[in-house]
Design a protein around this ligand. Structure first.
Ligand SMILES: Cc1ncc(COP(=O)(O)O)c(C=O)c1O
Length: 386
């Protein structure tokens, strides 16, 4: 059954001519989603770009995409804000909270964090906000939840975490953290939405950001900001325009959510593509996607563990996504990534503290054959480079 779905997945990417093991960077877009983008553009050029028909189509696409996303992460439709990227969403919250001198936030050790979810918070120091960093317990990026909870003080305004880590694949125990404190939680879920079950209610987060282009297999250029309706009141919109505000009795008044935070979004053609990708993901099912991804990642971990001089940087237990990171003793990771690419296998190089690792990430369209070919090519390169 699950293999049928994988086969069906594979057919959705007929243009893919390589072994693509890099969905944690950007996943390929299914052919149907590409068609939805071009269909949108063709329809608009037929109806006239600024016509009632085009406007109705845009409203339908926007509403249906919000509905799909709200069902996916289990929130209200008006809590979904479209942004340009994950980074954009992080900046909207970091700047919009207007944190004042004397307040503090807690982040995980930034040296191990994705720069997007680090720099926007670090910059708050220039406003006199204290940015407290929680130490890592190990190279996988784990943190001590007790340490985090005990570092909360009266002036703590926000806890900032990645849900799943971009470099090791570790899934952090955010649910437990959400249960143990009332301090608002900001989650960078770029590496979790689309490849595992994400429920904002169980996670207890006030804000969550993720892109269309990674595990959701949507196009680049769209990000999603989940902003809890109560938390939205604490965000000063970083920009303003005719769609986000109006003038009432001579004063500027913001519109309701999600419009108050969504001033400049115009990528409707891309949204049509994302909508198709979301429907496609729903047709397969997140649980099935996760099961298959973990099965392939387990196979990769087993195979890599049997190769001499390979060190894994991904936990073996179940608290992880399908990201598998490793180094080969004596061979530069950038050389490995380049050589794999030469043989038609696309992976990425990423940093884990001061180390450069090779990061492999499988998604629903990858097959067992992709994995065995990757392992065989890797073995060949190791012999060649030694
Ligand atoms: C955890 C994490 N946060 C943020 C980003 C940045 O995403 P975007 O390109 O959508 O801004 C990435 C991208 O790799 C990521 O993995």
């Amino acid at each position: 059954m699950i293999k049928d779905k994988v086969q069906y997945s594979k057919n959705m990417f007929p243009r893919l001519k390589c072994i693509y093991l890099n969905s944690a960077s950007n996943a390929p877009t299914p052919l149907e989603s590409i068609r939805a983008i071009t269909d949108f553009l063709l329809a608009v050029s037929e109806y006239g770009p600024d016509s009632n028909k085009s406007q109705d189509m845009i409203e339908d696409i926007t509403h249906n995409t919000r509905k799909e996303l709200a069902a996916l992460i289990r929130c209200r439709v008006d809590e979904i804000v479209f942004t340009e990227s994950t980074t954009d969403g992080i900046n909207i919250v970091a700047n919009g909270l207007m944190l004042k001198e004397g307040s503090s936030i807690i982040i995980r050790d930034g040296e191990h964090e994705h720069p997007s979810n680090h720099y926007a918070w670090l910059r708050l120091r220039s406003r006199g906000v204290e940015v407290k960093s929680i130490n890592l317990k190990d190279e996988y990026g784990s943190i001590d939840v007790d340490e985090l909870i005990s570092s909360i003080q009266d002036d703590t305004r926000l806890i900032v975490l990645s849900h799943a880590l971009f470099n090791t694949g570790l899934v952090l125990p955010v649910e437990e953290i959400g249960k143990r404190t009332k301090v608002p939680l900001f989650l960078d879920s770029a590496q979790s939405v689309g490849c595992m079950n994400v429920d904002v209610n169980t996670l207890g987060c006030s804000f969550m950001v993720f892109p269309a282009s990674k595990w959701l297999c949507g196009p680049s250029g769209i990000g999603i900001l989940y902003c809890n309706s109560r938390a939205a009141e604490y965000i000063e919109p970083p920009s303003i325009g005719g769609e986000s505000a109006f003038i009432h009795n001579g004063s500027l008044v913001y519109r309701e959510m999600p419009y108050r935070l969504q001033t400049g979004f115009r990528s409707y053609a891309l949204l049509a593509g994302l909508l198709e990708s979301l429907r496609y993901i729903r047709s397969i099912g997140i649980e099935k996607i996760r099961q298959w991804n973990i099965y392939l990642a387990d196979t990769i971990i087993d195979e890599l563990s049997s190769i001499n001089n390979v060190k894994l940087y991904t936990p073996k237990d179940c608290r992880r996504t399908s990201i598998v990171s490793f180094m080969v003793d004596g061979i530069n990771s950038s050389t490995l990534v380049r050589e794999l690419d030469r043989y038609g296998v696309v992976v990425a190089e990423r940093s884990i503290l001061d180390k450069k690792v090779v990061r492999v990430s499988t998604h629903m369209f990858n097959t067992e054959d992709d994995v065995s070919r990757f392992i065989n090519i890797l073995k060949k390169i190791i012999i060649q480079e030694k």
